[in-house]
Design a protein around this ligand. Structure first.
Ligand SMILES: Nc1ncnc2c1ncn2[C@@H]1O[C@H](COP(=O)(O)OP(=O)(O)O)[C@@H](O)[C@H]1O
Ligand SMILES: [Mg+2]
Length: 368
């Protein structure tokens, strides 16, 4: 029974900062939940409240069946891994991992067994006698995780544990954490500002902004059906393109009208947009849903439009093309690198309109 629930949790710091407001989150037993949002949105505060390191101003936190608002951190059976590792500099790796168990009065034989087990899982058996200053960033990170593993907690909390590592190591440790979760199957709550980490690690991701969670779903559901413009723009790289415009109706067909071009609305998004005829809204399209017209032989003529290619960025297997419309709207397309168009010219493009998104200009909520 290691599910974690936050019900209408609010945190106001003594200085008046409301870091978390009315937060609702239900983490299932054995689930890997990734809490993702920009810096300052309240992720660390939320995690520290779950750990018991920070008091809850309003609302309730449950671990398993138990209300833990007033349970001290040491009695919550939770282990937290911090961004800065917080290893004890004068202890070697073994002692760092053993320390928490020693404090809790575990017998030496049990401590030894658990540290060895954790060292084996994390492949750090060879460095048990080293001090933190003798370790690489990746090794320090493993030790910090090891210190959490030996406790065999009900729930692991991770606060941006990879952000101090360089890009290669970060990707490698990400895979290791994924493997660790598959092996231990313990409930994990993982906080990050990095949407790639959240997408790749989370069974589900919770997207947070300004103290509130906007959407909690499986990564690909969030990607395909974002609840609002913020979520749509935050998840995915390069981010979704947004273009202001309106909906116009001609005969029985609907079009998105950018001002310098019109594209036909696809059947799967048409119905909710009938209410938006002659009204302003925001059109959203992901970079990978834009195609070079030359490569789409079956493109409907009414969906082909021109835009000026300002910059082409080769990324290896794909290129990012930066376009500008006659109305000065900018957007990015992601296309396979073999197509290699040169910058500084007009190009004919096609949107996959069945993948288009539309947002209310005032509320920024998703229309469809
Ligand atoms: N101890 C504190 N006292 C006052 N304000 C704080 C404290 N800790 C964090 N904050 C503020 O609360 C907000 C959320 O911070 P934090 O939870 O650290 O966000 P994140 O981890 O998402 O970057 C920020 O505006 C931050 O400045
Ligand atoms: Mg933080």
């Amino acid at each position: 029974m290691s599910q974690v629930s936050l019900c209408n949790v609010t945190k106001t710091y003594p200085n008046g900062t409301r870091a978390v407001s009315n937060l609702n989150l239900g983490v299932e037993s054995r689930e890997f939940m990734a809490l993702v949002g920009p810096s300052g949105c309240g992720k660390t505060t939320a995690l520290r409240m779950i750990a018991g390191l920070e008091s809850v101003t309003e609302g309730k936190i449950y671990i398993g069946k138990y209300l833990v608002n007033n349970t001290p951190a040491r009695d919550r059976d939770i282990a937290m891994v911090f961004q800065n590792y917080a290893l004890y500099p004068y202890m070697n790796v073994y002692e760092n991992m053993a320390f928490g168990l020693k404090l809790r009065g575990y017998p030496t034989t049990e401590i030894e067994k658990r540290v060895k087990e954790a060292a084996l899982i994390l492949e750090i058996e060879d460095i048990l006698s080293r001090r933190p200053y003798e370790l690489s960033g990746g090794e320090r990170q493993r030790v910090a995780v090891g210190r959490a593993i030996v406790r065999k907690p009900l729930v692991f909390l991770f606060d941006e544990p990879l952000s101090n590592l360089d890009a290669n190591l970060r990707a490698q440790m990400r895979t290791e954490l994924h493997r660790l979760h598959l092996k231990l199957r313990t409930t994990m709550i993982y906080v990050t500002h990095d949407q790639v980490e959240a997408m790749t690690l989370g069974d589900r991701i919770a997207v947070m902004k300004e103290g509130t969670i906007f959407q909690t779903e499986a990564p690909m559901s969030v990607y395909k059906n974002p609840a609002n413009k913020f979520v749509a723009g935050f998840i995915g790289s390069p981010p979704m393109n947004f273009i202001d415009g309106g909906i116009v109706k001609k005969d029985d067909k609907l079009y998105f009208d950018e001002g310098s071009f019109q594209v036909k609305i696809a059947e799967n998004t048409k119905k909710p947009l009938l209410d938006w005829v002659d009204k302003k809204l925001i059109f959203g399209i992901r970079p990978e849903d834009i195609y070079d017209r030359l490569f789409i032989s079956e493109a409907p003529p009414e969906n082909i439009f021109k835009a000026f290619l300002e910059v082409a960025e080769p990324m290896g297997s794909e290129s990012h093309l930066h376009f500008k419309t006659a109305r000065q709207n900018r957007f990015i397309a992601k296309i396979p690198s073999i197509q290699k168009p040169g910058a500084g010219q007009d190009m004919e493009l096609v949107f996959d309109m069945s993948k288009a998104h539309f947002f209310n200009k005032d509320t920024e909520n998703t229309i469809v």
